[in-house]
Write a new protein. Structure first.
Length: 239
């Protein structure tokens, strides 16, 4: 059996379980002990490896400033921030069937669950592990605002955070992604680091891509007041 990353033990010892019954009263009928059930996801070797990489992720402060100057605020400024949030909020993570192979991950608000596309279950390919760490980071951003909705501005924050995280992995490990043909890399994490840090001051390709994927969402929401770029994404006539 593959080794479970050392971070597993530290998470187990720090995990708060008090709120779990409140969050999901149905579990009182479940014969399995609450504690064991709650931590099952951490025993998955792929998730455990991704969490381990996430814990060490440092986002460059100049990248954070660059995104702030575009009107984009990041929900977390390091992987450790996101992991602390996961522990504090009892977020769980598991591989599940998603509705399409292009949906790499999703946050289910009603279950407080980050779902990863089960096509990556048992995958130990290192670039994919890093991409899954980025996907977990993105979905943590959705979990943080504690509502079931998203907006263009909210996606900008999460995707911008992904872009900066991806650059941090490139800096740490070199370009280990270019050889991979996994969809989560080719059509996911690699694209956004290029688009957000595009030298084009108007970021036209970024605007087009986010409009195509998320243009149907409201431009902003209470916790994510829309920036100029969010309005340009929403306004089809802007480019
Ligand atoms: Zn999202």
């Amino acid at each position: 059996m593959p080794l479970v990353a050392p971070v597993f033990n530290s998470i187990v010892s720090n995990f708060q379980i008090r709120d779990y019954k409140w969050r999901n009263p149905q579990t009182s009928n479940n014969p399995q002990p609450l504690f064991a059930e709650q931590l099952t996801w951490l025993k998955d070797p792929t998730i455990s490896s991704a969490i381990n990489e996430l814990e060490q992720l440092q986002i460059a402060s100049e990248d954070i400033r660059y995104l702030n100057n575009m009107g984009i605020m990041l929900p977390f400024c390091s992987g450790k921030d996101a992991l602390d949030f996961i522990k504090k909020s009892n977020v769980r993570i598991s591989f599940e069937k998603t509705s399409s192979k292009n949906i790499h991950a999703q946050y289910d608000y009603s279950k407080n669950l980050i779902m990863l596309n089960d096509m990556y279950k048992n995958n130990q390919d290192f670039p994919v592990i890093l991409a899954l760490a980025e996907a977990i980071l993105h979905e943590c951003g959705h979990a943080k605002d504690n509502d079931g909705d998203s907006s263009i501005q909210e996606e900008l924050g999460n995707l911008g955070m992904n872009a900066a995280a991806h650059r941090a992995f490139l800096k740490k490990y070199g370009d280990i992604f270019s050889e991979s043909d996994a969809l989560i890399i080719k059509d996911g994490v690699s694209i956004y680091s290029t688009l957000f840090f595009d030298p084009d001051p108007e970021k036209k390709e970024l605007v087009r891509r986010i409009r195509q994927k998320y243009g149907y969402l409201p431009v902003g929401d209470m916790l994510h007041p829309p920036s100029q770029i969010a309005f340009r994404i929403k306004d089809k006539k802007s480019i």
